[in-house]
Design a protein around this ligand. Structure first.
Ligand code: NI
Length: 222
């Protein structure tokens, strides 16, 4: 009965069906990831209001597979060329990674997400700066100062309301993915002098603290 669902956008749904059919025919079940410079990454995504009808689940499964294969910890629909405000996130975490507070973020779907920073006990904003990367800026990372904690609102894939506080690396992941849906890339908020190829980042790894890189490359952490 999808065809009579008034929320469905037949042209968009058909475009998604075509994309998923091509991916399935190719065999690996993984979507190509759009790289920086493609206009779809720079346009605010359309709020999701049911445009894909019953096909949403198939898209989400393919986005999840694509994120895992990349591998990545988040993927927004515009990164696979679909201009809808939908993202998937998942991170196994890294328990010994104390500075980044990289606690596990179980797989979940964000529909029409929004976030706001949660201030510290003194009422002042709390930002933390770390290197991050993006599947659409392949091969590079840069330091971005982001809210340590955010209040995340929106819906899940069933339409149920989402309202919760996330802290540490999970908070960074949802900020990064939500920014994608506003047509923003992490580079828009990064310290330009911190830009490093993945190969050069190995100089500082496995220490995720960016202070040595800040001193050597000459950028601020604020
Ligand atoms: Ni990204």
């Amino acid at each position: 009965m999808t065809d009579v669902d008034p929320a469905v956008d037949p042209a968009l749904r058909d475009a998604v069906r075509d994309l998923l059919d091509v991916v399935e025919e190719r065999g690996d079940g993984v979507l190509p990831i759009v790289q920086a410079g493609d206009p779809v990454l720079r346009r605010p995504a359309n709020p999701y209001t049911g445009q894909l009808g019953d096909d949403l689940g198939r898209l989400l499964e393919t986005m999840r597979r694509t994120m895992r294969a990349a591998p990545g910890v988040g993927l927004a629909a515009p990164q696979v060329g679909i201009p809808l405000a939908i993202a998937v996130v998942e991170d196994a975490g890294a328990p010994v990674d104390a500075p980044r507070a990289r606690t596990p973020l179980p797989y979940r779907v964000l529909v029409n997400p929004r976030y706001e920073g949660v201030p510290g006990p003194d009422g002042e904003p709390v930002r933390v700066a770390f290197f991050e990367g993006c599947l659409s800026v392949s091969g590079w990372q840069a330091v971005v100062a982001r809210h340590r904690s955010v209040r995340l609102t929106g819906q899940d894939e069933t339409g149920a309301a989402l309202d919760e506080v996330l802290t540490g690396w999970p908070a960074r992941i949802v900020q990064h993915e939500t920014d994608h849906l506003a047509g923003e890339l992490y580079l828009d908020h990064a310290q330009p002098r911190s830009l490093s190829s993945n190969e050069n980042l190995a100089r500082w790894w496995p220490d995720p603290d960016p202070r040595a890189a800040a001193e050597t490359l000459g950028f601020a952490l604020g």
